[in-house]
Write a protein that binds this ligand. Structure first.
Ligand code: ADP
Ligand code: MG
Length: 361
């Protein structure tokens, strides 16, 4: 397919809620420029749950905060676009961006205590969201709040509305946070490691809940985790991130059955057993490098069992892994796998020349 035909195909898809294209977000510190998000591209459709997975430090949270318009100084979006319902959010003022937060795009963080206010009852916090985003007050708001708590599986909802966050257990608190987010009636829910702090049983319940909510409310979900096991349970499509870049993208079954990038293979080999969930991945030797210079080479090469000389000279871009698919991409010089090694390297080199861009302050 030509690039033009491909773009036209993408544009025609009305179910696309979010289209992130070549997003770049950098932190300009005194010491260095950290390219935390360095050319990230992916879509999320209505009713679809899209995973972003990678080790700690790979740029997952900065991607999420970029979409929310919440990148903190000295960070800034320096390139690319974030189209939400066809409207580019990059370049919007803080005020304009605020109108999307909550009502259109809501976020659930890893630590539920940081998103709940300890001095207000859970009920008041849900009702405040209902008032702000849905205009509900008084008895209507109370009724809707009870329904929401029931929706997220909190028993005895009427009584629990009057309780404070510290009276909730960890799992119940995360449910309450999800209820507050849903009270905004968002179309896109971004979950940043929402189950990492929870034990395995509770974690499974929250994942099941999110799956139900996705179907019932027909929302898109962006689900961030470092845990491949969790990704398997919740997502329809997976994007693997490494040092600021998306290095593999595929439907979830395809990714698990047929992983292509050596990094993804490493991640899959290091899935912790069920009772160790939440433990950091450790079987790939070495750490994620800080992306503090332009990617003119493969950032995974130093840790890669398959690396060869070109990996240090040529920056891999996302390509279809072979000719039979347009739904599975990897950014690795080993692909496409149905052409010779030299041809593959040349393909990456020529694409990179076209797309390579400079980040400047
Ligand atoms: P992940 O969520 O995948 O663990 P992050 O998105 O939090 O990773 O971080 C990606 C990179 O951005 C890291 O190298 C981190 O050090 C850097 N980073 C994040 N926030 C800041 C900040 N406020 N200032 C400077 N660097 C930051
Ligand atoms: Mg994070």
């Amino acid at each position: 397919m030509s690039q033009q035909a491909y773009d036209a195909g993408r544009d025609a898809d009305e179910d696309v809620l979010l289209r992130v294209d070549d997003l770049q977000t950098a932190f300009f510190t005194d010491k260095e420029t950290i390219r935390a998000v360095d050319g990230v591209t992916f879509d999320i459709r209505r009713g679809e749950s899209v995973g972003v997975v990678g080790e700690s430090g790979s740029g997952k949270s900065v991607t999420a905060r970029s979409i929310m318009g919440l990148v903190e100084s000295p960070g800034r979006i320096v390139g690319g676009s974030i189209e939400y319902k066809g409207e580019d959010l990059v370049g919007k003022s803080d005020d304009e961006w605020r109108q999307y937060r909550g009502g259109e795009i809501a976020m659930v963080f890893q630590d539920p205590l940081s998103s709940l206010n300890p001095v207000y009852t859970v009920g008041n916090q849900i009702k405040e969201s209902l008032r702000l985003h849905q205009g509900l007050r008084g008895r209507d708001a109370t009724r809707a709040a009870v329904e929401l708590l029931e929706d997220v599986g909190i028993p005895d909802a009427k009584r629990r509305l009057k309780e404070y966050p510290h009276q909730f257990s960890g799992g119940m608190r995360q449910r309450a946070v999800i209820a507050v987010a849903l009270a905004c009636d968002p179309d896109l829910l971004i979950c940043d490691e929402p189950t990492t702090a929870l034990d395995v049983t509770i974690q499974a319940q929250i994942l099941e809940l999110l799956e139900e909510l996705k179907v019932e409310h027909d929302i898109g979900i962006m689900f961030i985790t470092h845990d491949m096991g969790v990704i398997a349970e919740i997502t329809d499509r997976v994007n693997v991130m490494y040092a600021g870049e998306m290095i593999e993208s595929a439907p979830v079954e395809e990714l698990f059955e047929n992983p292509k990038h050596p990094y993804t293979r490493g991640l899959l080999e290091s899935i912790p057993s069920r009772n160790e969930r939440g433990a950091e991945l450790s079987t790939i030797e070495g750490d994620v490098p800080t992306p503090n210079e332009p990617a003119t080479y493969c950032r995974f090469a130093p840790r890669c069992p398959k690396a060869f000389d070109d990996c240090e000279q040529v920056h891999p871009v996302q390509v279809d892994v072979d000719e039979s698919t347009d739904d599975h991409q990897a950014a690795c010089l080993l692909y496409p796998e149905d052409v010779s090694q030299n041809e593959a390297v040349e393909l990456h080199r020529s694409r990179e020349d076209r797309t390579g861009s400079e980040v400047s302050e």
